[in-house]
Design a protein around this ligand. Structure first.
Ligand SMILES: *Cc1c(COP(=O)(O)O)cnc(C)c1O
Length: 565
């Protein structure tokens, strides 16, 4: 589809999950970026990616006996994982010339096509002590620190790509608004090349045609914004005020508006999220490309072997996963048992959980924060005990980090530890520390049911349930984000509550009731009394959802709709 002479696409993301050994991501946004880049490499899509180095990683999560989180920097040796490039560029920050270098990581596709990823780093002796720390902490520091990081990513990123020889880039894809300042650099490039003293409508149109923007946040408060005073102080220029209609409204620079004003293609990350965003930003045309996961990365070893045997070519063309419908049920069961054994053993090695390999296992892992409602399952402990006693035994595995400054998120983890203690004699609950890619892989493949309980419409997409689906693990989930598209009741999993189309406020008590009902009357009876029926749901999760909710399909949609259209 793409030949060697095609101009490249530049992909910008504040975080990217490249390998378990490179802790430059915090969660879903970075995991999606990594998966997207891998699929570009598989499909020979000429892409080059830019992010920041995040020398201290996101953080290592320590949980004490009461479930209180503390954070430590992640130890990793940059030079062991990445290759230093000799190019140097600089950006102006508050009048200082901050030097930037880049470290390269090669993502190699299934046919050996390479997508380079450049991680920007300011830890150079020429820089001031403070400037040297600017690429240390992902989502760390205050607004000022964050804005300086965005200058480095957006402006420094474009300059670095040029210095590395990427003079002829076709499109610039901003994965979320953190990279929006790249538009300013592209405008400056135009101004530098033209004979004009100010930008023209043609300049704006040309940059508009070059840019692509993906929004990931369904609520206005989630969009990155900075006071114009801070913006002009850091950038050391006031001309941004002259471009009011592009850059600012009411004294703040909103990075989402900036990106939308200058992008020819804008998308949300699931159908519903596209609709919600379209309502929020009526002036713009907002499409949707539903998220996915990189199939080969997130398929556990036992299922990889099974797919290799029954579905040759599944990695080259993920649509083939549809033919999982032809895999004998016993083979599915055996492959899953192997994945479950790995998870149970690892959980028992890491903690005193004493999980059991036979017991029905529910998994829940996501950032510990209020809107994801990790405690919904524990809304009524007596009801939960009753279900375990009457419906059948089950055990629960949790994981997830709270952002260091999210006190509510930290309390949520503590509450789960309290629930764990209260349920001790009836239901085993374990909270595994330091949720990362590796643990994510173990969990999404090793449990029997993937639980997700966000408050609608807050879950823009969610992707962990997609990882589960590829491994034959069905979801029990609120109808929000991707699950509105992925759920076929009783076929690929189960819904909690109704799809309220966001008209009614979601009600915690009602949602908990629905969760308990489904667990007691649909999920557990199927697993315990009609196991063949359960395995059939597993098979449909792979065939209907694994075949679609992957980044190979996502990358093909970006190519058709946004990159090379
Ligand atoms: C997949 C993944 C996520 C994102 O999944 P959600 O369903 O959006 O929570 C976050 N963190 C890690 C470590 C992951 O592997």
């Amino acid at each position: 589809m793409i030949n060697n002479h095609t101009q490249s696409i530049a992909y910008f993301s504040m975080e990217v999950a490249l390998s378990p050994l490179i802790p430059t991501y915090s969660g879903g946004l970075g995991v999606l970026a990594g998966n997207t880049i891998r699929s570009a490499a598989d499909l020979n899509v000429p892409l080059v990616a830019v992010s920041l180095l995040h020398r201290e990683g996101y953080f290592f999560q320590h949980l004490d006996a009461e479930g209180w989180q503390s954070e430590e920097p992640v130890e990793w040796v940059v030079a062991d994982a990445l290759t230093e490039m000799s190019a140097r560029v600089s950006v102006d920050i508050e009048g200082r010339e901050v030097q930037i270098r880049a470290w390269r990581y090669d993502v190699v596709g299934i046919g050996d096509f390479v997508v380079p990823v450049y991680l920007l780093d300011t830890d150079l002796p020429q820089n001031s002590e403070w400037d040297r720390t600017l690429t240390d902490r992902l989502y760390g520091g205050d607004q000022h620190y964050r804005f300086c990081q965005e200058v480095l990513l957006g402006i420094g990123g474009v300059r670095m790509l040029r210095a590395l020889g990427h003079t002829d880039l076709r499109r610039f894809h901003m994965n979320e608004g953190h990279a929006s300042l790249l538009t300013l650099e592209l405008l400056d490039e135009r101004l530098g090349e033209s004979q004009h003293s100010a930008l023209t409508a043609d300049d704006l149109e040309a940059v508009h045609d070059q840019c692509v923007f993906t929004t990931h946040t369904p609520v206005p408060a989630g969009h990155d914004q900075f006071p114009m005073e801070l913006v002009s102080r850091v950038l050391g220029r006031r001309d941004v005020y002259d471009m009011q209609e592009v850059f600012c409204c009411e004294g703040v620079l909103n990075l989402t508006f900036l990106a939308m004003n200058l992008s020819h293609f804008i998308n949300g990350v699931a159908k519903r999220h596209g609709e919600v965003s379209q309502h929020m930003f009526a002036r713009y045309e907002i499409d949707s490309i539903t998220n996915g996961v990189h199939a080969a990365t997130w398929t556990c070893e036992s299922f990889r072997k099974l797919f290799d045997r029954y579905i040759p070519g599944w990695q080259e063309d993920n649509f083939n996963l549809r033919y999982a419908l032809g895999i004998p049920p016993d083979e599915i069961r055996i492959a899953h048992e192997e994945a479950k054994r790995r998870l149970v053993r690892e959980a028992n090695r890491l903690t005193d959980a004493d999980l059991d390999e036979e017991t029905f296992t529910i998994g829940f892992a996501r950032r510990a924060t209020a809107y994801k409602r990790p405690e919904l399952l524990f809304h009524d402990l007596d009801r939960l005990r009753h279900i375990a006693a009457q419906g059948g035994p089950f055990q629960i595995v949790y994981a997830g980090k709270a952002h260091p400054r999210d006190e509510t998120g930290k309390q949520i983890i503590h509450h789960i530890f309290e629930a764990r203690r209260a349920l001790r004699d009836q239901i085993r609950v374990v909270y595994l520390p330091n949720y990362d890619m590796q643990l994510g892989g173990l969990l999404t493949s090793g449990v029997d049911l993937w639980l997700n309980t966000p408050e609608p419409p807050m879950e823009a997409s969610g992707t962990s349930g997609m990882k589960a689906a590829i491994n034959g693990v069905p979801s029990l989930s609120i109808l929000d984000g991707w699950w509105i598209e992925g759920c076929i009741e009783g076929i690929t999993g189960w819904a909690i509550g109704e799809d309220g189309h966001n008209e009614q406020q979601s009600d915690t008590a009602t949602d908990a009731e629905s969760l308990y009902d489904k667990l007691e009357h649909s999920v557990l009876p199927l697993f315990l009394e009609d196991n063949a029926g359960y395995v059939d749901v597993m098979r449909h999760a792979i065939a209907l959802n694994g075949s679609f909710f992957n980044t190979q399909r996502l990358m093909q949609q970006y190519v058709l709709k946004a990159y090379f259209e």
